[in-house]
Design a protein around this ligand. Sequence first.
Ligand SMILES: [Zn+2]
Length: 262
Amino acid sequence: MVDAAPDTGPVDAGRWRALRGAAADLLLGSVCPGCREPGWGLCPRCRSALHGHRPALASTGTGPVTLACCPYDPLLSHLVTAHKDHGALGLAPELAGRLAVAVRALLRGSGWTGPVVLVPVPSAAAAVRRRGYDATATLARLAARRLRPVHTVTVRRLLVQRLGVRDQAGLGAAARSANLAGALRARRGPQRALPEGAVVVLVDDVVTTGSTLAEAARAVEAAGAVLLGAATVAAAADPRTARPARSGRRSSQAPAADLGGA
Ligand SMILES: [Zn+2]
């Protein structure tokens, strides 16, 4: 997404804004995507609520240390779903800003000041084709841009889903665990070459049970990368009941999986 009109003079800039507004109107409709009140884009009340949250440890009980910026409340549910499944691309900068806050908190908490690689949790290729948009990878790129003035951050789409991973919907807990085991692998080729001395931070829009992040952590470490932790825009579990987790610690028995879904 383009955050500001390009510097092409006042007439062209005005046209650009009008085009951008018209396109966004088509994508978002003329209601706030957070509360459905009439208006254009995110209303001041929803924006204020979104910015009022502070990062907290996500209560996953499994997987890597995970910092989430917001609880997955109805507002976040509306925004994430609108962005991911309904083409509300104008929300990407807002959500990426919240993701950057979570990454920054993770870095500050760990004391890490070296290079960082953000690795988005991959969606199924079919889901990306259906949406025409890799929502999580876009959030990672925009979040990296926000972090770069202070941190050395790059983005690598290091992970990919293996063929044969089924949609989790409709699967029981045991079937989900079996479906998720080994579901992700590192790509071969340039995406696998990480900067010297860099640590990986996994990023996703929402963490629910944490089992997808646990599988992503396993795949990152199997590829020889050093994992610092994970950061998400929102956590489905109440962060106030968070249990401490240790970096890289994962349960071999993943609970109900959240692969590919909010
Ligand atoms: Zn609103």
